[in-house]
Write a protein that binds this ligand. Structure first.
Ligand code: HXC
Length: 258
């Protein structure tokens, strides 16, 4: 499939998806979301990929859903055929690690899609917000659910009710962003992190991601019990044997399943 609104490339074991609709600040139109879902499905089934980086331009990661497309929708149309559901599921349920590298605007659906990724590396110019209230709607792709889990109730209420934007610095202080870097270093840093992740055992990285995501779904006692079982099961893997042997032999581990 030749893509028109995203760019896709592979560097070693890292897949890179760049949102590419500069004329609309990467607004998430139907064409873009369809292409994004397609690219993610291909990376998911490609054994050569161990981690994905999702990024945009310097000016915008994504300025939200495409308002000009949304404008003409009605309830029944959205209910029967939600254009976003499949794409959002493909990001939120992507099983391999995925990093959002955010520069410029990450607003509305743009902020929500970044929050669906496993962590966000932001440039100093990144701006996060849920401005939907200014359009007469509320966030509809996880903003009212993932944002409070990331930044707490007070800041999530503040952002969703006022529609204001938050700087990268405020986002990092609040826990939405894992690191802030200079704009020109954003992709280098994101790629370095992705390469590091992709060099580990893929199934173990996937289980780690699954376990952390599970902590948002279930209680602590069940979560810890489930973690322990998965941890124990990892002692059936060749990668556990190799990782611990390599440590004892003071050499780098060469994981088989990567
Ligand atoms: C469609 C958009 C867009 C969007 C920007 N553009 N954001 N088009 N949908 N979300 C277009 C503009 O119309 C304009 O096109 C071009 O991109 C450049 O934008 P400007 O506004 O001229 O740029 P600037 O003055 O720098 O302002 C940047 C901005 C502003 C602050 C990001 O564009 C803005 O407020 N955008 C909307 C942000 C927003 O409300 N997002 C939430 C969307 S709702 P032309 O052709 O005029 O040059 C949402 C719901 C998700 O995300 C839930 C889904 C179920």
């Amino acid at each position: 499939m030749a893509y028109k609104t995203i760019q896709v490339k592979t560097e070693g074991r890292v897949g890179v998806i760049t949102l590419d609709r500069p004329e609309a600040l990467n607004a998430l139109c139907d064409a873009l979301t369809g292409e994004l879902a397609d690219a993610l499905a291909k990376f998911e089934s490609d054994d050569g990929i161990g981690c994905v980086v999702l990024t945009g331009s310097k000016k915008a990661f994504a300025a939200g859903a495409d308002i000009k497309e949304l404008q003409g929708r009605d309830f029944i149309g959205l209910y029967l055929n939600d254009p976003f559901e499949k794409t959002w599921e493909s990001v939120a349920r992507f099983r391999k690690p995925i990093i959002a590298a955010v520069s410029g605007y990450a607003l509305g659906g743009g902020c929500e899609i970044a929050m669906m990724c496993d962590f966000i590396i932001a440039s100093t110019t990144a701006k996060f917000g849920q401005p939907e209230i200014n359009l007469g709607v509320m966030p509809g792709s996880g903003g009212t659910q993932r944002l409070p889990r990331a930044v707490g109730k007070a800041k999530a209420m503040d952002l969703c009710l006022t529609g204001r934007q938050m700087t990268a610095e405020e986002a990092e202080r609040a826990g939405l962003v894992s690191r802030i870097v200079a704009v020109d270093e954003l992709m280098d840093v994101a790629m370095e992190a992705a390469e590091s992740i992709a060099s580990k055992s893929l199934p173990i990285a996937m289980m780690t991601k699954e376990a952390i995501n599970r902590s948002f779904e279930i209680g602590l006692t069940e979560g810890v019990r489930w973690e322990r079982r998965v941890f124990q099961s990892q002692f059936t893997t060749e990668d556990q044997t190799e990782g611990m042997e390599a440590f004892a032999e003071k050499r780098a581990a060469h994981f088989k399943h990567k």
